[in-house]
Design a protein around this ligand. Structure first.
Ligand SMILES: Cc1ncc(COP(=O)(O)O)c(C=O)c1O
Length: 419
């Protein structure tokens, strides 16, 4: 069948007709269009908020390897900011996605779905004992936003305590509890009172937990700060202090959860159950999904209309949440994380790496030179890694399906890099 020439393009990257059309409609010329470069094309159409880009364009992935447009194969030790939990093209995930897309792509929360009930049950059972209900959303910030809302509602208090170095997201409430987001990501002021305390300082925490504090929120392993594990003793003490002050304890496990510590959540790794736990990123292996896990006490009294989300808990996300958890458990991926994390610690303190921090597959390599230089040099050697808020920490967030041979390649590459 002949397609009208105005809409048919044999090369999907050729946007000349669209930019010409837009130029005409806008009446003023747009900046020059990129010539086959994703970087230039993105800067032509998107807000320039994510640069500088990693200078490669992945076009395909298999396992922990991504293949770039210019024909390189890279071991992905960054996992798209911890999202590609099962790597790329995992057969179970691909099958679940395709089957669910054929069966039922979307239905809202105004109808009950057994698939949604199954995904929630699986997630609750995967989570720490004592958190008995799930609320399904689309992202980490949305999960944190709802966790805070539940804490305010439950305690009828008005202040949140958060930790220095914390990253909790970019919406108004999540940005308010994010360390050093002075500009509130464009909002003129925080929507509620927040006190930040230095991490590890229990005296400061105790002093901050006044009678107006609804919740303490913390990442058991801080991600953006550079993979900083708060440690079991601090977390256990935080549990005791919040209980004593009547504040709730929220774990933000958006980055460190879903098997990444070698346990379902850091809550289980450290043996501490919070009142609320948020998860997202790898929850559905790359499909947008987030969740809040909630204790019975916090869930009590919630009624129709108290919370809501259009896309949260949609069939695609639910099918993938179910499959991700099933895969982590049936393929022994948490055991793999524990073993390979130990092997990274044993073999990768070489070249520019002074020490290794973090937990499981959320690791920070503290380097003798700026992390961004090491990330660049690793990329030249075929390894994708990432930076963090700490300029001297290279962050590793590999998929849980990583293999021993990938760790060997990383260790060899680091050993070859100038200290
Ligand atoms: C610990 C933590 N919480 C929350 C978020 C925000 O998640 P999202 O970008 O999905 O809103 C992030 C994202 O990096 C994160 O690392």
């Amino acid at each position: 069948m002949n397609k009208p020439s105005s809409t048919y393009r044999s090369d999907p990257t050729d946007r000349s007709d669209r930019s010409d059309e837009k130029n005409r409609l806008l009446g003023s010329p747009l900046p020059a269009r990129g010539e086959g470069s994703a970087e230039l094309d993105e800067s032509h159409w998107l807000l320039p908020v994510y640069s500088p880009h990693t200078p490669v364009e992945p076009v395909r992935g298999e396992g922990a390897i991504v293949y770039t447009r210019d024909g390189r194969a890279l071991i992905d030790f960054y996992g798209g900011h911890a999202v590609a939990l099962l790597g790329y093209g995992h057969p179970r995930l691909v099958a679940a996605l395709a089957n669910q897309a054929k069966e039922l792509f979307f239905q809202s929360n105004s109808v009950a779905l057994s698939l949604r009930a199954r995904a929630a049950e699986r997630l609750v059972r995967f989570g720490p004992e004592g958190l008995t209900r799930a609320f399904l959303v689309n992202s980490g910030a949305e999960a944190n936003e709802n966790a805070l809302r539940l804490a305010f509602r439950h305690t009828k208090r008005t202040r949140i305590v958060a930790l220095e170095g914390a990253f909790h997201g970019r919406t108004a409430a999540a940005a308010a509890i994010t360390w050093k987001s002075e500009r509130w990501y464009g909002f003129p002021r925080p929507p509620f009172d927040v006190t930040f305390v230095p991490r590890g300082d229990l005296g400061a925490l105790e002093a901050a937990l006044g009678a107006d504090v609804a919740a303490l929120i913390l990442e058991p392993v801080q991600g953006q700060a550079g993979a900083v594990a708060l440690g079991a003793p601090y977390i256990a003490a935080a549990r005791e202090l919040t209980e004593a002050s009547g504040a709730l304890l929220i774990f933000d496990e958006v980055q460190c959860g879903m098997g990444r510590t070698g346990h379902p959540f850091a809550a289980q790794a450290y043996g501490v159950t919070p009142d609320l736990l948020t998860t997202a990123k790898g929850l559905a292996g790359g499909f947008p999904a987030g969740a809040v896990l909630v204790s019975d006490a916090v869930a009590a009294g919630l009624k129709y209309g108290d919370l809501g989300s259009t896309f949260g808990g949609g069939p695609m996300a639910c099918a993938l949440i179910e499959t991700v958890i099933e895969t982590i458990e049936s393929e022994g991926l948490m055991e793999r994380v524990r073993a390979l994390s130990a092997s990274i610690r044993e073999t990768c303190q070489v070249g520019p790496v002074r020490s290794i921090q973090g937990d499981g597959f959320l690791l920070g390599l503290r380097t003798s030179r700026p992390a961004k230089e090491i990330v660049k040099e690793l990329l030249e050697k075929g390894i994708l890694s990432g930076t963090s808020g700490d300029p001297d920490v290279v962050r590793l967030l590999p998929p849980l399906i990583l293999e021993e041979s990938h760790v060997e390649t990383l260790a060899k590459a680091l050993a070859e890099i100038r200290p």
